[in-house]
Design a protein. Structure first.
Length: 197
């Protein structure tokens, strides 16, 4: 199994290993994150979590070879920051189908969009994001989420839009963001399935 796939699998042990609906327990996360950090050095090189996240947030339509003629808001990239007891998991997806996952603990994977299933899931979540810009607000900075919260950042032809939600609202299925979060979970599932091949 390639190192890149090993790191994806480690990440999904972290996110799914405890049997909780969306992510693992703190104890499981803490132990597995140490393994992910070591393996990720071969995949992510010297780039830090902060550098990778900032680079993703700085991508422009021109960088992706995209052009927008519409006067309405159009999403070309999605960055989701997921707070987990002091750690952050950041999911990145672009209209081109590129997808990545970074952990503030040092783990992560890049280049998932080269697989057709991941490419499709990434494109789907970016397209779906257009329905949720009305729940977000314009922002100049993509802040990290507060404790027990998740932040959704949309890169659009009109600038950055962002929103924050409590994870307990996702867990108890009362959140307006649940359909979008479910779409993000589907992208993670595709990454997991690909890592097992």
């Amino acid at each position: 199994m390639e190192t890149r796939h090993i790191v994806i699998l480690i990440i999904f042990i972290v996110l799914y290993g405890s049997g909780r609906k969306y992510f693992g327990t703190w104890h499981h996360f803490k132990n597995t994150a140490q393994i992910a950090k070591k393996a990720a050095r071969k995949v992510l090189g010297k780039n830090s979590y902060e550098e990778l996240r900032l680079k993703a947030l700085s991508i422009t339509p021109e960088d992706l070879g995209l052009a927008f003629n519409d006067s309405e808001i159009a999403v070309y990239g999605v960055v989701i920051d997921w707070e987990m007891r002091g750690y952050i998991a950041t999911i990145v997806a672009f209209k081109t189908g590129d997808a990545s996952l970074y952990l503030s603990s040092g783990g992560g994977v890049i280049g998932g969009g080269q697989h057709s299933n991941i490419n499709k899931a990434a494109k789907n979540i970016v397209e779906f994001a257009n329905q949720f810009t009305k729940l977000s607000i314009p922002a100049k900075v993509a802040l990290l989420p507060e404790t027990n919260k998740i932040r959704f950042h949309f890169l659009t032809n009109k600038g950055l839009y962002t929103a924050q939600e409590f994870m307990h609202n996702i867990d108890n299925e009362t959140s307006s963001w649940l359909p979008f979060f479910t779409s993000a979970n589907e992208l993670l599932s595709e990454l997991r399935l690909t890592s097992e091949k």
